[in-house]
Design a protein. Structure first.
Length: 366
């Protein structure tokens, strides 16, 4: 079993430049892990450390139980797909696919068989004599993936491989990648800043920020149970509403409306309420704890309108709240009454940004 394991991985360039801080994770066979985060969060550095293109300051990298922390890239039995494809411009598709196997001194008959198998899977059979400059971006991407597949490595590493493709092609190639790598049965590590790629491709996602893993979980739990305010705000489009609200008694005050707090051991002076726009809905006559406001912006997203509402606040500035609403009526300049279903509300600590209810559950179980 070719498990990939990182233990307390750190990369320090200078005392002020530490792109990777104490990262630990495992990726088993049949697992597809996406490293997701904004630019500069450390995700590409983690990938380069796994590949052997950078040497860690401390920590350990093992593949299949073997310590490869200080092994050369060529001795790690990994295959990497680069953002720029990294194809040899003077070589044909066949020679690009075969190049790694030739360096490994694989027998010619075995090279032909592996290249033919991969070309059939990727639909490259009619392109074998072409050079990269004679192909589209999608075709070059398939060749780059094919060159990794023919190696039959213990671990696949992919560094933002779809970022150079247009939106329509990216969607098609994304579906192809999911099917292809599911059939490989080895660990896959995929770096992206695109949350759609991470959520659709992965069996688990590591959300990084400032060189630290903020949450390592399944896509479903990352979306529905964010560990902290950063994850809540980074994952999801449109972005989650995150409102810093004062507390009075057992309620958070959203404007002049009272939102019941969860069961807290002590009520803080302020708390952050989070709710995704798709979970905010128009109030029905039987609803209680409603919120009244006025629509000031409507964005047509096709299947929905993203409606921005100002909620009056007698104690301070009005509060802005966004809702995804059906396009069956005009919402511009309307007064509107909304409901925040309590089962969809997330609560975060103002000081730490941690999910309040998740921390309470942990304390109750300890």
């Amino acid at each position: 079993m070719a498990r990939l394991e990182l233990k307390n991985l750190n990369k320090t360039f200078t005392p002020k430049v530490i792109p990777v801080k104490d990262v630990s994770l495992t990726v088993d066979n049949d697992e597809f892990l996406s490293l997701l985060g904004p630019s500069g969060c450390g995700k590409s550095t983690v990938l380069r450390l796994i590949a052997g293109l950078e040497e860690p300051t401390r920590g350990k990298i093992s593949i299949g139980g073997e310590d490869v922390t200080y092994k050369r890239p060529g001795d790690r039995n990994i295959a990497m797909v680069f953002q720029s494809y990294a194809l040899y411009p003077h070589m044909s598709v066949y020679d690009n696919l075969a190049s790694g196997l030739k360096l490994q001194k694989t027998p010619a008959a075995e090279i032909q068989r592996r290249v033919a198998d991969v070309a059939q899977v990727l639909g490259l059979e009619e392109l074998m004599t072409r050079k990269p400059g004679q192909m589209s971006g999608g075709q070059r991407q398939r060749v780059a993936v094919g060159r990794a597949l023919v190696r039959r490595p213990q671990v696949f590493l992919l560094d933002e491989p779809l970022s150079n493709l247009d939106a329509l092609l990216r969607e098609r190639v994304r579906a192809d990648l999911k099917e292809l790598f599911a059939a490989q049965h080895v660990p896959v590590v995929y770096v992206t800043h695109d949350q759609t790629e991470a959520m659709t491709l992965s069996t688990k996602v590591a959300v990084l920020n400032n060189g630290l893993i903020q949450q390592l979980d399944s896509p479903e739990r990352i979306y529905n149970h964010p560990a902290n305010q950063f994850v809540a705000g980074f994952v999801g489009s449109p972005q989650m509403n995150l409102l810093s609200l004062p507390c009075q008694g057992r309620y958070a005050m959203l404007g002049d409306s009272r939102i019941p707090l969860p069961n807290l051991t002590s009520v803080p002076p302020n708390i952050v309420l989070g709710i995704r726009p798709e979970h905010v809905r128009v109030a029905q006559p039987e609803d209680t704890n409603t919120i009244r406001g006025r629509v000031y912006l409507v964005e047509n997203l096709g299947m929905h309108y993203l409606v921005s509402v100002r909620v009056p606040n007698s104690q301070a500035e009005p509060i802005s709240l966004r809702a995804l609403l059906p396009p069956d009526r005009k919402w511009s300049d309307d007064n509107i009454t909304l409901v925040l279903p309590p089962e969809h509300i997330h609560w975060f600590d103002v000081q730490t940004g941690d999910a309040v209810t998740k921390r309470q559950v942990a304390m109750a179980n300890s």
